[in-house]
Design a protein around this ligand. Structure first.
Ligand code: GDP
Length: 441
């Protein structure tokens, strides 16, 4: 199933819509990992569709000046947890500058966005509804959450989304060693994805053949690659079908999303002649946000003259432009000549292992005690912050929960310090890490 985040400025009607979707099936999520007290989560029902809905309305009543900043942080959090975002505007009030701020957050997220103009019952909403098109986020559905109008349209738009997410989630079996490693090769058109897939498949292609895909448009192939069983999600075919530029843009995001959801390891394929362009960065960010292990592969290495200078440059650019991918391996390959593929495979196997890492609670706690003794948490309000216990709640990617006496007061910088420490001590380079604070002592 999928997760829908309802996003928008205060008072556009997010709670009303949330309540309509969830009815009485509200799950308060106060103490679940990854969810702050300000986010509400519930099981939504819309016709035959079932999904999880997240609401950022918790702050509606807050009145202090910091509301804007907190609302923004909260929205970003909700968006990062969501598969699809429903962006609500108020059809009666029309677009406000604050709507545009939220639109920008959504645009940058790369997530699928549905725009809805709420309070559109009667005729009073028409102008605001049309206004919403100027956001450039696609079609706008008129809604009245309060009167239950437009819910059918919403269902129709969400229906294909539900199908897509029903089939592409990574399965959670962890011990099944015979299961192929799931790899997605992402990159811009012409980076060499098809060439790479063919190079990996070699003669195997004829033996295995393409399996009918994960979805109608995509294809996954299974093969042995230097003795490792892999399943590769081939996204190249889809893009070639898109004709007009606008469509191409749209497809590449949802196409990338689909591939990322399928994958355990994402290979970000760059063209050495134009590495790290906007689309590359977006795809990298997507992979990180979805918690996938990542390898950066620089293709067409055969066309590069000054190889040692270039490697240096690429590593610096990787660190500068993608700090969130710290420590991910960078390998240079020529898909065309079949060079460097062994290094690529080794890097993939290594990050996959890291991604699957499990650390025992006793080791973690010994480590935590050491860290806290060496660098006690600061006390911004004068109250001492106790940080006593942590545990790994899951792997793929490694996800930790730490218990803290005053979680809302512990500075972000201290959390970063802990996460970096985890990386170094336990060799967690090349995988995203999830770290959540919970209240407790
Ligand atoms: P896709 O759109 O990412 O699937 O890219 P393709 O696999 O179709 O490759 C695009 C173009 O780049 C084709 O002309 C390939 O022959 C070329 N190409 C792919 N890999 C390499 C490589 O390693 N070296 C060189 N010189 N050209 C390559």
């Amino acid at each position: 199933s999928f997760t829908l985040a309802i996003v928008g400025r205060p008072n556009v009607g997010k709670s009303t819509l949330f309540n309509r979707l969830v009815g009485r099936r509200l799950a308060l999520v106060d103490d679940q990992p990854g969810v702050t007290r300000d986010l509400r989560e519930g099981d939504a029902r819309l016709g035959h569709l079932r999904f999880t809905v997240i609401d950022t309305a918790g702050l509606e009543e807050a009145t202090d000046e910091s509301l804007q900043g907190r609302m923004r942080a909260l929205t970003e959090r909700a968006v990062s947890m969501a598969d699809v975002c429903l962006f609500l505007i108020d059809a009666r009030a029309g677009l406000t500058p604050s709507d545009k701020v939220f639109a920008e957050i959504l645009r940058r997220s790369g997530k699928m966005v549905i725009v809805a103009a709420n309070k559109a019952e009667g005729r009073a909403g028409e102008a605001g509804y049309l206004d919403a098109y100027s956001l450039g986020l696609g079609d706008v559905i008129p809604l009245s959450a309060e009167h239950g109008e437009g819910m059918d349209d919403l269902r129709m738009i969400l229906s294909p989304v539900a199908e897509q997410f029903a089939v592409t989630d990574v399965e959670e079996h962890e011990d099944d060693s015979d299961r192929p490693m799931q790899i997605a090769i992402l990159g811009r058109p012409n980076a060499g994805k098809s060439t790479l897939v063919n190079a990996i498949l070699g003669e195997e292609r004829l033996l295995t053949g393409p399996e009918a895909g994960i979805t109608r448009d995509s294809i996954a192939v299974t093969t042995e690659w230097y003795g490792t069983k892999v399943r590769i999600f081939d996204t190249a075919g889809i893009r070639k079908k898109a004709r007009i530029q606008e469509k191409l843009e749209k497809m590449s995001v949802s196409d990338g999303l689909r591939a990322v959801r399928f994958a355990e390891v994402v290979v970000l394929l760059l063209d050495v002649n134009s590495p790290f362009d906007q689309q590359d960065l977006r795809l990298a960010d997507l992979a990180e946000r979805e918690g996938r292990a990542v390898v950066v592969a620089v293709n067409k290495w055969d066309t590069e003259d000054d190889k040692s200078e270039k490697v240096k440059f690429l590593r610096e650019e990787l660190a500068r432009l993608l700090p969130q991918l710290r420590g991910v391996p960078l390998v240079t390959i020529s898909a065309l000549q079949g060079r460097g593929l062994d290094k690529l495979r080794d890097a993939i196997v290594k990050v996959h292992e890291t991604w699957n890492t499990r650390i025992s609670t006793s080791r973690l706690n010994r480590w935590l005690i050491g860290q806290v003794e060496a660098h006690p948490p600061p006390a911004p309000s004068g109250r001492r912050i106790k940080l006593r216990y942590m545990t790994q709640v899951k792997a793929r990617p490694p996800s930790f929960v730490a218990f803290c006496s005053l979680p809302e007061e512990l500075p972000e910088s201290y959390i970063r310090f802990l996460v970096n420490g985890l990386r170094k001590t336990f060799g967690l380079e090349g995988t995203p890490i999830r770290f959540t604070l919970r209240k407790g002592e």
